[in-house]
Design a protein around this ligand. Structure first.
Ligand SMILES: Cc1cc2nc3c(=O)[nH]c(=O)nc-3n(C[C@H](O)[C@H](O)[C@H](O)COP(=O)(O)OP(=O)(O)OC[C@H]3O[C@@H](n4cnc5c(N)ncnc54)[C@H](O)[C@@H]3O)c2cc1C
Length: 308
């Protein structure tokens, strides 16, 4: 049995179900969020769907880990697959430890060799690929967005059952809740306009938002821009931020540190804008513009406004 842990049945979830299909085993889904998705899971290859009723947000991942530990043991799961995001990066290694298995993060491919899964994961900030076979099962794997073809709708059905989230009182004290930033999702965006330290001030990010809106895209940021308080943390792209795969990625006032590049390897084309012609970002760019970023952003906005 392969257990796929999901919050909803959006694009990331369908990719995870596509990846699960590569393992040639029965698929069960644990839904820790939107219960409305449960019935639909059957159409994408799951035979069982378990809907967990309760609050998974306030326990630092403990409630999700407890629920998945119990279910994976009960099902005798060989693998637990999770779409890679901030939440699952936090819970996957802890879940693997609880299950006595192996965590394999940032998985980009899965092949079966003699019936045994070989997991390919990216390493060294995306500069290398490593093939891994697990010493101990179950494998708890986080899947890189865009790496797996989404499961096709087959019209199948899953048996749906509801469970209560286990109580994990006192495991973590919730000090503050921060609402996620608004705007288009970075993971699904076809165009991303990202700003870095070169933007110089928070106000420049408002212009970036306008430019992204005109291009029908999403705003991203480097760690330096997030650290400066100009952009929310959930907009950070890179090794410790989001891994993105847009058609076009604008890197504006971003130097191109390896940790930033680790997040944009999946972009089909990078357009870099930088005043320093020797900035490393140009080595990764399809199109390079040596220009002041404010001049570039304003000129793009003007031209796009006059074109609409
Ligand atoms: C463990 C670890 C994890 C990390 N994870 C991440 C991560 O996930 N994401 C990430 O982004 N970074 C990450 N970093 C930080 C990373 O190493 C860099 O420090 C960061 O990416 C630099 O951000 P930046 O390019 O915006 O800033 P800088 O490196 O300061 O570059 C600013 C650029 O703007 C240009 N510039 C200046 N003025 C202008 C102007 N007016 N117009 C146009 N260009 C201008 C400059 O020439 C320069 O190239 C991580 C670091 C570590 C150690």
């Amino acid at each position: 049995m392969i257990l796929v842990a999901l919050w909803d049945l959006g694009p990331a979830a369908r990719e995870a179900l596509g990846a699960a299909g590569r393992l040639g085993d029965e698929i069960a889904v644990a839904l820790l969020g939107d219960p409305a998705s449960a019935e639909e899971a059957g159409a994408y290859g799951a035979t069982q769907a378990f809907v967990f009723d309760g609050d998974f947000a306030g326990s630092g991942g403990e409630a999700a880990i407890a629920a998945l530990t119990e279910l994976a043991r009960e099902l005798g799961a060989r693998a637990v697959l999770l779409p890679r995001d901030d939440r699952t990066a936090e819970i996957a290694p802890r879940l693997a430890e609880r299950l006595g298995g192996t965590a394999v993060t940032q998985v980009v491919a899965i092949e079966l060799t003699d019936g045994r899964p070989v997991w390919t994961r990216s390493a060294y900030g995306g500069k290398a690929l490593v093939e891994v076979t697990a010493a101990a099962e179950p494998v708890v794997a986080t899947l890189t967005r865009g790496a797996f073809a989404p499961a096709e709708a087959t019209g199948g059905t899953a048996t749906v059952s509801t469970r209560s989230a286990p109580a994990v009182d006192g495991a973590v004290e919730l000090l503050e809740r921060e609402a996620p930033s608004t705007g288009a999702s970075l993971e699904d965006a076809k165009v991303i306009v990202s700003g870095g330290a070169g933007l110089g001030a928070a106000e420049a990010f408002r212009e970036l938002e306008e430019l992204a809106g005109l291009l029908g895209g999403a705003v991203g940021a480097s760690l330096a821009a997030v650290d400066a308080g100009w952009a929310p943390a959930d907009r950070q792209v890179g090794l410790t931020g989001k891994v993105v795969s847009p058609d076009v990625y604008f890197a504006i006032g971003i130097s191109g540190a390896s940790q930033h590049l680790a997040g944009i390897g999946g972009a089909k084309a990078v357009v870099a804008v930088n005043t320093d012609a020797d900035a490393p970002i140009f080595a990764s760019a399809r199109l390079g513009v040596v220009m002041d970023c404010h001049t570039f952003i304003r000129s793009m906005i003007e031209q796009l406004r006059s074109a609409t």
